[in-house]
Design a protein around this ligand. Structure first.
Ligand code: GMT
Length: 377
């Protein structure tokens, strides 16, 4: 198949999933065309089946905002016609689904049929999409997608709850490439940062409000009083400064390392004992799944789709949003007993295996075939 993929190319779960999916499809013999405003960050190796088409939105003094949606639709039309795409897969509804719909209508006028699949990732529904400033367009373009997938059952339910959707939404969960996310021996590194055998807790996110990074610091403050430990904060974003201030006022900065954006997250996970994700909402929680693949149990909130990947009392624990005291209690329970910690690590890995890309890729391929045959009949 010749597949076009539209996504956000920067750091972020939806772009990561779109890029890794494209890479896996290309390995499986499909021709994949990424259509984005910048080369996706995870598109880091050459494959003869992968092509990249840059969307450039013309700047003009009249524009306060560049009309990216029109530039993207025009680029899709151009790539579809020239490369003879069979299907288009857009990740994150805003504005990708409406650009895809516009491109499809333009192409139809010249006799070219291009079905498209929209994958809903989370904030395109739960935060931004349902805002009245976007809702009518989001709802319309989801309803006019030829296929709709969501990354968790919870997000599927939320989409039906917040929007008037008249189509079936297929759940295809996010996935892990175990060739990259696997436990490796980084003992020398662990000894350097935790010379006295301290436990390592880790949080990875884009430091937006929705991630509640302050709860990570507050729960860590309780944990470190009972269990000698260190905290890695990986990522960057709007809340970073507030979090640094909080760390200073709690007086635990000596135990906390702000590591900024990191490409090789798997190396940091390899030395970690516990992953912390206390988000306000989280459609899936790919970062937590990546940790589990590297045998790191998870302490999370019970928001959104998190209970679908973090299993209470088995792969970790879930608490109500904001209940950092309960999170600390659960973290101490796991960390204070080596045998228990080992058991949680093993369970985390076993559960992550369900989401192996080898299991999920065929679901996307079958779904593309179904959408194509429905569209052409
Ligand atoms: O978490 C973010 O703020 C980034 C966002 C994105 O679109 O990149 O992540 C969403 O999509 C990921 C991939 O499907 C999911 O794993 C995240 O749970 C989801 N984030 C939220 O729902 C907050």
């Amino acid at each position: 198949m010749k597949i076009g993929i539209v996504c956000y190319p920067t750091y972020g779960g939806s772009g990561v999933i779109a890029t890794e999916l494209g890479k896996a499809l290309a390995k499986n013999g499909h021709q994949v065309h990424f259509i984005t405003y910048q080369e996706p960050v995870r598109l880091d190796s050459f494959n003869e089946n992968i092509f990249y088409h840059e969307v450039s939105a013309l700047d003009y003094p009249l524009f306060q905002y560049q009309p990216y949606e029109s530039a993207l639709a025009s680029k899709i039309v151009d790539v579809a016609k020239f490369e003879k795409l069979d299907i288009l897969h857009v990740h994150y509804a805003i504005p990708h689904a409406s650009s895809a719909l516009m491109a499809q209508n333009i192409l139809r006028e010249s006799g070219y049929n291009l079905p498209f699949v929209t994958t809903l990732h989370g904030t395109d529904i739960t935060l931004v999409g349902k805002d009245p400033g976007y809702k009518p367009v989001v709802e319309y373009s989801i309803n006019h997608s030829n296929g709709i997938t969501s990354v968790s059952n919870n997000l599927r339910e939320d989409t039906y709850k917040y929007f008037n959707i008249n189509k079936e939404i297929e759940v295809i969960p996010n996935f892990i490439d175990f060739a990259r996310f696997k436990k490796t021996d980084k003992d020398h590194f662990k000894k350097a940062i935790a010379p006295n055998g301290e436990k390592i807790l880790i949080h990875v996110s884009n430091f937006r409000k929705v991630k509640r990074v302050e709860d990570v610091l507050r729960m860590f403050d309780l944990v470190v009083k009972k269990i000698p430990s260190k905290l890695f904060l990986v990522g960057d974003g709007p809340e970073r400064m507030n979090i640094e201030m909080l760390c200073r006022s709690l007086g635990n900065c000596d135990q906390v390392r702000f590591l900024g954006k990191q490409d090789a997250v798997e190396d940091l996970l390899a030395v970690s004992d516990l992953f912390i994700l206390p988000s306000e909402t989280e459609s899936f929680g790919l970062a937590a799944l990546e940790a589990m693949a590297v045998e790191v149990p998870v302490i999370s909130s019970n928001a959104g789709g998190l209970p679908e990947i973090n299993i209470q009392g088995k792969t970790g624990f879930l608490s109500n949003v904001g209940d950092y005291k309960d999170m600390a209690k659960n973290a101490i329970y796991i960390l204070e007993d080596e045998t228990r910690l080992k058991e949680f690590k093993k369970n985390a890995y076993t559960h992550a295996k369900i989401f192996d890309i080898k299991n999920i890729l065929p679901l996307y391929e079958a779904y593309y075939n179904k959408v194509r045959s429905n569209y052409n009949s």
